[in-house]
Design a protein around this ligand. Sequence first.
Ligand SMILES: Cc1cc2nc3c(=O)[nH]c(=O)nc-3n(C[C@H](O)[C@H](O)[C@H](O)COP(=O)(O)OP(=O)(O)OC[C@H]3O[C@@H](n4cnc5c(N)ncnc54)[C@H](O)[C@@H]3O)c2cc1C
Length: 413
Amino acid sequence: MLYDVIIIGAGPAGLFCGCHLDPNLDSIILERNSRPGIKLLMTGGGQCNVTHDGSIKDFLIHFGDKGKEVRQILYKYSNDALLEYFEKRHVKMIKREDGKVFPQSLQAKDVLNTLVENCQENQVQLQYNRVVDKVVYEENHRVFKVYSRDQHYLAKNLVVATGGCSYPTTGSDGRFFEALKSLNVKINSTKPGLVPVFIEGYAYEHLSGTSFEKAKIEVYRHDKKIAENTGDVLFTHKSLSGPGILDLSRNIERGDILVVNYFNKKSKEEAIQELKKHLINSKLEFNTLIRDYFELSKRFVDTIFTLCHIDSHKKTSQVSNKELMEVANKIMSDPLRVKDMGGFETAMVTSGGVSLNQLNLKRLSSAENEHLYFAGEVLDVDGDTGGYNLQFAFSSGVFCARSINQETGNNEK
Ligand SMILES: Cc1cc2nc3c(=O)[nH]c(=O)nc-3n(C[C@H](O)[C@H](O)[C@H](O)COP(=O)(O)OP(=O)(O)OC[C@H]3O[C@@H](n4cnc5c(N)ncnc54)[C@H](O)[C@@H]3O)c2cc1C
């Protein structure tokens, strides 16, 4: 059978593309796993942070240097359009104070089920356990021959929505990039994105789960500051994580020095001046003063005192300026050398992938072969944490569907 459209990959990008194809087209999604959307079910800790609140214009800076290039894709199917889509399908969404948007049920499966049902309503077939390992374009007949082990499928249009390389056990392991090379598709080298950072002599292992709101993180390479970010920082068993670190990770390399300010509310000078006054007037123990002033947990402050080799039970009247400076420095500019970056098994996204340079971005298809489309993380586009990556997967999926509908003279339902 000759299909109008084959979509490879039943992740959010592939499924959402299927949801927006004209139902009169003969369409099929081929998925290697025995079920769809395995990674989607893991998003937002299983709660699925579908998108971010606010103007879609504000999304662009969250895609690094790719923001400008993907502008039209996001503008043509914005966060508001996505919310309207789910509202219409009775999946209520909630906006958190930090701007992240989740289904009210806090269940990623509600999002996934909606997409799968909508594909079925749209007459899009879904076939599982179909790993696509090779694709050939037959110029003479203008068809794609899509191979899955001993079977092959024919299609006039092909949408590649195979994801990147992160969390390879979910099915997106990057192997399909090799197959794409035979179609003359240029792949920019891939590396893990949104990853935790491993620190030399990590001293916060026992504080796993401790987080700091709106901490400031600066990145130094060869004594020069090369990047900074403000965001939540989380100590895990083995690494530094949290949105503030993950979003900055694309700028960090092994050997860099991170300088973390866990109390980013005042300048260090101001804090030290105020603390000096407290030292004179207070009858507290030094550690209690520090805990109260910086609003930090006892366990963290105890660790700071241990690292600074200072007796935490000292009366404030006995604390020297040097000791005060040492403790304040550790809390407001903690220097941490990067031992390593998280790999694909811990990366929330993939940096790199199908190069945007060789695409016709007005259609999201290859400039060489206008029937070959790409959607989602397979593209060399990666966003910050906060719902930006799923929004891109959804927006690019719709974009491909609309290009195909237009090309074939059909309309989406
Ligand atoms: C732990 C975790 C949490 C995350 N949380 C969030 C979040 O809360 N919000 C957010 O915006 N983003 C989040 N992300 C990122 C988000 O999940 C991805 O950006 C998104 O899933 C990309 O969608 P996609 O459809 O392009 O690719 P994928 O979701 O990776 O789907 C690709 C599909 O293609 C299939 N496939 C691959 N190769 C083949 C082949 N050869 N043949 C057939 N099928 C194939 C795969 O099995 C998979 O089902 C998170 C990522 C991780 C890992």
